[in-house]
Write a protein that binds this ligand. Sequence first.
Ligand code: 5AD
Length: 482
Amino acid sequence: ELPSNEKIELADFLRRRERVFREQLDREPYDLDECTAWAVRNAQRGTMSGLLADAKAAGGTVVVPRAGVATMDGQRALMRELDEAGAGVLPITVDSLTRELKFDEAARRLAASTATDSQLNGFPIVAHGIDATRELIASFDKPVIIRANAVDLRIVAETGLAAGGTAFVSGPMYATLEYSKHTSLAESIPKWQYVFRLLGHYTEAGVPAGDDAVGFAQSGTCSVPSLMLVGTVIDALIMAGQGVKHIMPYAMLQGNIAQDVACCLASEALTQEYLRRLGFDDVTTYVASSDWNGAFPRRTPDAYGLIAANIVAAAIAKAPLNYVKTIEEGIGVPTAAANAASIRVTRYLLRLIGLQADSLRSPDVQFEFDLILLQARAILDAVLDAGDGDPVRGAVRALELGVLDIPFSPNIHVKGNVLPIRDAAGAVRFLDHGNLPIPAEATRLEAERLARRRGDGPELSYQDMIDDLQFLELDPPPATTP
Ligand code: 5AD
């Protein structure tokens, strides 16, 4: 039977808990009452959503990095360095073995790691367990977000929330269509609804737990903002369906300032519009501007430049949250020092540009904002129609029909008939919108902008899109000939 956006009843949720702990850890579930009681006490010291509410009210921006290493001592030292650099919320990024439910292998690699030599690309939170992780989190004044991305994060979310994390990341659209080859939405949505139901349960108990609605932020290529936000809104609706009250809708920043500012503003406007339309009128949203998610310049000075361009847009938009990338993103998992430097340059520009934010909004921002809403509403309305008003059923069916479609997905259930392209100023448009129900007026507006790149040359082509892969590189390395 197709899942729906109905809230999972408590008795059903508790049965699902028994099953997933038995299957994946061969044990009883954590004692939920003890966990929520501990988490409520811990939340008195501050939460991510509390910080974001203050930032939103003041027009400021909380800077949050990503970071994780294998050992407890290594993770503590890493978080301390990011704390000193001015991170507003401290991250615990979970390693990929744990994300893929290979808990035993993660534990073996943890045993082989030292504080200065991590054999994992993140913190193996299940191997460390609740008690040790509680001690880590309680040793900092700042709130902590647990970060991971995969189709099945039920045990990771259980462990992270029980240990005092006050926010989590992602949802079924992003985790399935951007991270998984074989999983269908019909399979993954119930697993994510479990995570959201857990966040909802903590929320009811008194921990205002937040979650990132990431959207379709294609790793490696650019994203048409409207389509990116369709994923954001659908994930937000599924979160709200399970009782999540604090949502961070993403806006990935891509280098065109006017379009990036508009994307941040549209992320807030669209998410709230559709939450209210479906009757979720007590959900607070905090736009999460996110530095470029694709291939980063490999030279660190160039990477500073990209981070700076991104944060200028976030500052003009007054996004309450910025997930900062690092100057070593083009190289690999960053050192603590590179991460700290990236936080500092971000905070520096936020202070300087923040003072001038209002005077820096160009008229193009309104053009981009209107265009994003025109395109995104058309797609979202078609998705909801396909599900007779239910966003879960709608997403599953619309994906089958190609009415919901994204470019370059690794997932076999995605048609993949959509292609993005940059215009002359680097703003992202549709080269081909496949079967997405894009209004003719929007296509006309995009065509005008694309004509400026084309000039007197031939129609923009697939090769132009390939060339765009290096748009954010200065002096790109020569193309390899096949
Ligand atoms: N430390 C720092 N950043 C990390 N990321 C993933 N794992 C880690 C880690 N252990 C970052 C990636 C990418 C984003 C999805 O998360 O570099 O930018």
